[in-house]
Design a protein around this ligand. Structure first.
Ligand code: ADP
Ligand code: SF4
Length: 653
């Protein structure tokens, strides 16, 4: 994955955090490790892959300190003070205040990790004091550091450990590598934390020590906000001015996808170098496209943080915009290349949502003649609809990128306003058909709580999510949104209605609004926005009965029932696959041969409703496998790495 980024033109490709010692590990999250020499080969392989394309390899060495619960090593975490670990998983673990000896040990461990990083071939070695994720950050912060010794109290003392570790790192690498420091320039806690004025003063003390400053703000959650809550380049006011405090170059991020926004920050003397994490995930070839003047070909990050959810769910990375992300090695997919066609077959794709668009584009890139038929007047399917909801405008980029690329293909035809039935499909004479007809929201309450339709009085007013998004509105003022889906939509629809003046109660069986968005680091912001918009949130509550003027709610713990006045209910529970066309074609397989039809495959939400990322992935997967050797259902469709077994311990030896 990182080799492909280097191929895509990034000047430097960095690891994410690399744990340097077993006294600081953040299980259950998956981190790289450099605990001893045995970790070197895996990291060397990454550095080699980056070097193969002429880029520099950077490594973010990190001592998590009191941010690591040490669930795996069972060592007691250490930090500046005796405090509960600062993990959001609220582990019942307390960190121990580091003694002078511990501090000396930490410096020794960091030096050892730096030496190993050099052996692995890294060109830029990071000292990590950012995002509240590292021990060095905790020492800087008035929030965590209450020490009475040389490492606490005054700013000079709180900066001491960072200064020492930078100097140690410089000594260890000599002139063989650059030393970078990532630092949070404002914890957003005012005088309770490390704020801007302290950061400026710290630059007066250590501003010339590293070779490169990497500026971030707040916690990771603050810095990597989704497009629903922050625009491209929103960190600008936080990082502006630091360049004037040092002669060393400064790199910063901003979910940058627009070359103009990047150039503006460089020209205005805010940043020297542009850093990107998510934009490099959505488009690993972003720099090369800028370099070649192909700005319109950039696959712009939509700012959804599905990539981030991999960290929180301990699963491989995935991306809504780039379906090849995380599949480079195990499936051999490439974001810019795909194997050429192996026949002259023609393919009809029915449905122009994310699944149909991705499949059509990938097949067209392979060289097949494709026709994309869409029932509506515009492409995009659910992203076109959902991007009109509050805060989700950037999601339309899923459509825009694919539509723009597809229209450049001579061999790709797009037909709008074309709702196809089985007769149409059979009459057209395509060799293959791909059904990507999407899904629609259920209105009977079936989801996680109810696996059978819930009791709804005949004259009760139910406004399903699809109707609501199409513009329909409840007649009365009091609306209950029942969210049993737990991703973003229930919260967004509650926000939409509250903004329009409805008295909205969000009823959810979960403990928080839009519970799953914890994994996209949005949950706090969503709940705050809903509360500020006047939405009443009823957690741990199921909706169990709907009448015209009220609903019955049930506590998920006690089963206690209560009535709540409501004029209408918006159930956000589960979806039906839109599989009528596929079923009708399936029922007519006897007619296929005469029609010249050789195969049909259903993809995306029509196969099984899921995320937009899942729909795009399904589209890509079908296009990648199309016309290839049949794999069958029994074989694992991707490569996997199996951990080598250590030798058995022989107690007699
Ligand atoms: P996915 O996420 O799987 O791509 P979407 O719901 O976003 O699904 O998109 C499905 C698209 O398919 C919608 O734009 C819808 O208008 C279109 N569609 C549904 N049925 C038909 C049909 N019979 N003929 C053509 N287009 C269809
Ligand atoms: Fe951007 Fe979403 Fe892809 Fe992450 S998953 S890189 S936020 S488009």
């Amino acid at each position: 994955m990182r080799g492909i980024k280097a191929e895509g033109g990034w000047a430097v490709v960095c690891t994410e955090q690399v744990e340097i010692h077993h006294t600081s590990e953040i299980t259950p999250f998956i981190e790289l490790r450099l605990w001893d020499d045995r970790d070197i080969p895996a990291l060397a392989r990454m550095a080699d892959a980056v070097h193969a394309h002429g880029a520099l390899a950077g490594i973010e060495l990190c001592y998590n300190g009191m941010n690591g619960p040490n669930l795996w090593s069972r060592e007691v975490p250490m930090g500046p003070a005796h405090l509960p670990v600062a993990t959001f998983t609220n582990e019942p673990v307390q960190a121990r205040a580091m003694t002078r000896r511990d501090i000396d040990a930490l410096r020794r461990w960091h030096r050892a990790a730096v030496r190993r990083a050099r052996h692995a071939g890294f060109d830029i070695v990071y000292v990590y004091a950012g995002h509240a994720l590292g021990g060095l950050h905790h020492f800087l912060s008035r929030r965590y550091n209450d020490r009475k010794d040389d490492y606490g109290g005054t700013l000079e003392n709180r900066v001491r450990l960072l200064r020492e570790v930078i100097e140690d790192t410089r000594d260890a690498v000599g002139d063989t590598a650059a030393v970078a420091v990532r630092i949070t320039v404002d914890e957003l806690l005012g005088a309770d934390g490390f704020d801007r004025s302290e950061a400026e003063d710290a630059f007066g003390m250590i501003g010339e020590l590293p070779d490169l400053w990497d500026l971030v703000m707040g916690s990771w959650e603050d810095d990597s906000q989704t497009s629903r809550f922050a625009d491209e380049g929103f960190q600008e006011p936080f990082v502006t001015g630091f360049k004037q405090l040092t002669t060393k170059p400064i790199v910063g991020v901003g979910r940058f996808t627009s070359p103009d926004a990047m150039v503006r920050q460089v020209r205005r003397g805010i940043l020297d170098l542009i850093g990107c994490a998510r934009p490099s995930i959505a488009d690993p070839f972003l720099p090369r496209k800028i370099d070649e003047g192909r700005v319109d070909d950039i696959r712009e990050c939509i700012g959804c943080n599905i990539c981030v959810s991999g960290d929180f769910t301990q699963s491989p990375i995935r991306c809504t915009q780039n379906p090849t992300m995380g599949e480079e090695w195990r499936r051999g997919w490439h974001p810019e290349r795909i194997r050429p066609k192996t026949s002259d077959a023609s393919v009809l794709i029915v449905g122009g949502g994310p699944a149909g668009l991705e499949c059509a584009l990938a097949l067209a890139n392979r060289g097949y003649d494709v026709a994309l038929a869409e029932a509506g007047r515009a492409l995009g399917g659910r992203v076109s609809i959902e991007s009109r909801l509050p805060g989700l405008a950037a999601w339309a980029r899923v459509r825009d990128y694919r539509e723009f690329q597809l229209r450049k293909h001579a061999g790709a035809q797009i037909y709008l306003d074309s709702r196809l039935g089985p007769d149409d499909v059979l009459a057209f004479g395509f060799d293959h058909v791909v059904v990507a007809t999407g899904s629609h929201w259920r209105t009977d309450g079936v989801g996680r709580l109810h696996t059978r339709p819930m009791p709804i009085a005949a004259d009760a007013r139910i406004v399903g999510p699809d109707a609501l998004m199409a513009g329909e509105r409840p007649a009365g003022r009091q609306v209950v949104v029942f969210d049993d889906d737990h991703y973003y939509l229930g919260g967004v629809l509650a926000e939409l209605l509250a903004r329009e003046g409805y008295a909205v109660t969000l009823v959810t069986t979960a403990s928080r609004a839009s519970d799953w968005t914890f994994n996209t680091m949005e949950q706090h912001r969503i709940q705050r926005r809903l509360l500020e918009a006047g939405v009443t949130i009823r957690p741990h509550t199921g909706l169990v009965h709907v009448e015209p003027d009220h609903v019955l709610l049930r506590c998920v713990f006690t089963g206690r029932i209560e009535a709540l006045a409501a004029d209408a209910v918006v159930p956000v529970t589960a979806r039906w696959p839109e599989d009528g066309l596929a079923s009708a074609l399936e029922a007519r397989t006897a007619d296929w041969a005469d029609a010249g039809l050789r195969s049909m495959q259903t993809i995306g939400d029509a196969w099984a409703p899921g995320t937009i990322a899942a729909a795009g992935y399904r589209g890509r997967r079908h296009a990648e496998a199309f016309d290839g050797p049949a794999v069958g259902d029994d074989a694992l469709p991707f490569r996997r790495e199996i951990t080598g077994l250590a030798a058995l311990h022989d107690p007699t030896a």
